[in-house]
Design a binder for this molecule. Structure first.
Ligand SMILES: Nc1nc2c(c(=O)[nH]1)N[C@@H](CN(C=O)c1ccc(C(=O)N[C@@H](CCC(=O)O)C(=O)O)cc1)CN2
Length: 283
């Protein structure tokens, strides 16, 4: 029997309703949550995501300021903007949309964002906290994957989890989150040998490699939960994940589609983190 398709949009909407209630409560205490979103350059996908973020903020009542800078912006100019945002008491969360133009070092920018306002959870302090088991602000995409598992009531403790991909944004924090939930975690990457032998052991398979249809049905354990983090636009314009949905859905117990799976959760967890960041604001 084909696996059940996970409706990430529906889960995201449910969580956003709870976020909206929290925003109302904060406003009644005189606190208006504020998020700054910085976009450098004209990358079309980034423009879409930033637009989605601003719209989502508006829908739940968070104040968002989108700052669009030309691709020619220097690293020093961007650092100066981040410093200004760090100092603003009305801004609780700061996010610099990735990827940045090649001449700007992402690591330097991430390091410059105050860890207390780092709603992406990419700052080494927040990453380190996650890895020592005391999470603070958690990267939105892996956090969204975890929420999907929790919202569906799927067991994590004691399960074999395999994460394919070792990026700082998704793979590594995803592994840390699953470990925190007591899964037995394996991380696979481009140099992994016998990949399908490992993926076939996974009760929970998270795929974030950025390669269209990379994982096929024969690489999936029957009944597994498959979370597809990939978003790849084919030359035809069609959006596909890193998992070949039709063959994997025949084998999996649960599977996220692309679009409409993990993506909407990423933005929901950004809203969630913006409210969490209020707890770290200097009084
Ligand atoms: N500063 C950051 N940069 C980037 C992040 C991030 O978390 N922080 N992640 C990605 C892009 N991203 C958010 O920024 C993101 C990607 C995709 C989606 C999404 O909702 N996707 C939809 C499809 C949208 C489409 O039509 O293109 C879906 O999967 O249903 C949300 C956010 C890289 N940069």
């Amino acid at each position: 029997m084909p696996g059940q398709v996970i409706d990430g949009k529906a889960i995201a909407l449910k969580l956003r309703e709870a976020i909206m209630e929290r925003v109302k409560a904060l406003k009644s205490q005189g606190i208006l949550p504020g998020l700054a979103v910085v976009l450098v350059g004209e990358d079309p996908a980034s423009q879409v995501y930033v637009g989605h973020k601003a719209k989502a903020c508006q829908e739940v009542g968070i104040k968002s300021e989108v700052m669009k800078l030309p691709a020619s912006t220097s690293e020093a100019e961007l650092l100066a903007l981040v410093e200004k945002l760090n100092a603003r008491p009305d801004i609780h969360g700061i996010l610099v949309q990735l990827p940045l133009p090649k001449h700007i070092h992402e690591e330097k920018i991430i390091l410059a964002i105050s860890p207390d306002k780092d709603v992406d959870g990419f700052h080494p302090l927040n990453m380190g906290q996650l890895f020592i088991g005391s999470p603070r602000l958690v990267p939105c995409t892996p956090y969204g994957c975890l929420k999907i598992l929790q919202e569906l009531g799927l067991d994590i403790a004691g399960k074999q989890a395999v994460v394919v991909g070792r990026s700082n944004i998704v793979g590594k924090p995803m592994a840390a989150l699953l470990l925190q939930e007591h899964a037995t975690v394996t991380i696979c990457h481009s140099r992994t040998r016998n990949l399908s032998e490992i993926t076939k052991t996974a009760d929970i398979l998270v795929v974030a490699v950025g390669k269209p249809n990379f994982i096929t049905g024969e690489m999936v354990k029957p009944g597994a939960v498959v979370l597809d983090v990939g978003i790849n636009r084919l030359p035809t314009g069609k959006l596909v994940g890193d998992v070949d949905f039709s063959s994997a859905a025949e084998v999996a117990g649960w599977i996220t589609p692309v679009p409409g799976g993990v993506g909407p959760m990423t933005i929901t967890m950004l809203l969630f983190n913006t409210l969490e960041a209020i707890n770290y604001a200097r009084k």
